[in-house]
Design a protein around this ligand. Structure first.
Ligand SMILES: Nc1nc2c(ncn2[C@@H]2O[C@H](COP(=O)(O)OP(=O)(O)OP(=O)(O)O)[C@@H](O)[C@H]2O)c(=O)[nH]1
Ligand SMILES: [Mg+2]
Length: 324
């Protein structure tokens, strides 16, 4: 595949084309991923998440400037759950990250959640791998931490930064949204507003109750992304977390676990797509489904019966194989 070779040689337009192919889950996507596999694993992935409007994009913009100042190249994937099409996301992020749009060592891609049918974590991870293979040193994944989809994306990150702000009841929101468990570093942004210290104290008191990794003490920092305050410190803290992960062997372990999950999820995806096709075309299954719908049999025990019936499963596999 010529496009992959061109991308690996540093052709940014080839990269953009490949991202589009992978994002859309085209038939070429598996071959692309197979070809770049041996070129991934070099980039360090930073996840930035938190409730809407906390200043994540502004923070990402400023973190990118710090990374660039250290000579590192950066790839940014911003996932925007509110935008109905990626054009909206691009526009918003373009304003916040405009200084980097002219920098050829920064690659920014916005992805919209809506309309992606829950496939976003998969495609975001694949896009990140393309940027990794392309040679970006640092990858930043920005998502709004509101739902499982977003949490699944962040699962791919090596270091996860959770961004909060004062005055929004954020410590409670953090617990509810499942952000407490995934944060390696907390940042209370917009510390120019009153109440930041209180959020810091609340998060710290919750942290003393659970510890994710015995080699890392989760920290709570403050920042004013808008005024470029606390950004160097945050970048330094991310570096410390990286060192802790590397020296304990947890980075490799964490990445192995992510790959294993990715394999399982990819198989699940294939199985469920095949099943959806069968449900819409196989007479036996359609008849059973009819009986369930009419209330003659219950869905749970019927499913168990189906799974136990090896001849049925063999028939279906043969059929799927014939259909390709
Ligand atoms: N006062 C203050 N405002 C800030 C700070 N950082 C960001 N903002 C503002 O907060 C608003 C939201 O910033 P974004 O960076 O878009 O926040 P976000 O978390 O990426 O938002 P979503 O992606 O929509 O969830 C913007 O108007 C920023 O200018 C800060 O440190 N202090
Ligand atoms: Mg944003």
């Amino acid at each position: 595949m010529e496009l992959v070779d061109r991308m690996l040689e540093g052709d940014e337009r080839a990269l953009a084309r490949l991202i589009t192919l992978v994002e859309r889950d085209t038939p070429e996507a598996p071959e692309i991923m197979r070809r770049i596999c041996h070129r991934t694993g070099r980039a360090y992935w930073i996840g930035v998440t938190g409730p809407p409007g906390r200043g994540k994009s502004t923070l990402v913009d400023k973190l990118t400037a710090v990374a660039r100042g250290r000579g590192q190249t950066v790839g940014i994937i911003a996932v925007d759950p509110t935008s109905p099409f990626s054009g909206g996301a691009v526009l918003g992020d373009r304003i916040r990250m405009q200084q980097h749009y002219l920098d050829s060592d920064v690659f920014i891609r916005s992805m919209a959640t809506r309309g992606s049918l829950g496939g976003l974590p998969r495609t975001a991870r694949r896009v990140a791998k393309l940027l990794d293979a392309f040679g970006k040193d640092i990858l930043i994944l920005e998502t709004v931490g509101v739902g499982q989809t977003e949490l699944d994306i962040i699962e791919s990150a090596d270091t996860t930064v959770v961004v909060l702000y004062p005055g929004g009841g954020d410590s409670i929101q953090t617990m509810k949204a499942g952000l407490m468990e995934i944060a390696d570093i907390f940042v209370v942004n917009k510390a120019d507003r009153p109440g930041a210290d209180q959020v810091v104290a609340e998060i710290e008191s919750m942290l003393s109750l659970n510890s994710k990794d015995s080699h890392w003490q989760v920290t709570v920092l403050t920042a004013e992304a808008l005024n470029n305050v606390g950004i160097e410190e945050l970048y330094g803290e991310i570096g410390k977390h990286r060192e802790a992960l590397e020296s304990s062997g947890n980075l490799a372990r964490q990445r192995r676990e992510q790959l294993r999950k990715e394999l399982v999820r990819s198989i699940e995806q294939g199985v469920s797509e095949s099943l959806a096709r069968l449900m819409a075309s196989d007479e036996k299954l359609m008849a059973l489904s009819d009986r369930v719908v009419k209330g003659e049999v219950d869905p749970y025990s019927t499913a168990i019966d189906i799974l136990r019936d090896r001849t049925l499963l063999r028939d279906w596999l043969a059929r799927l194989e014939k259909e390709g």
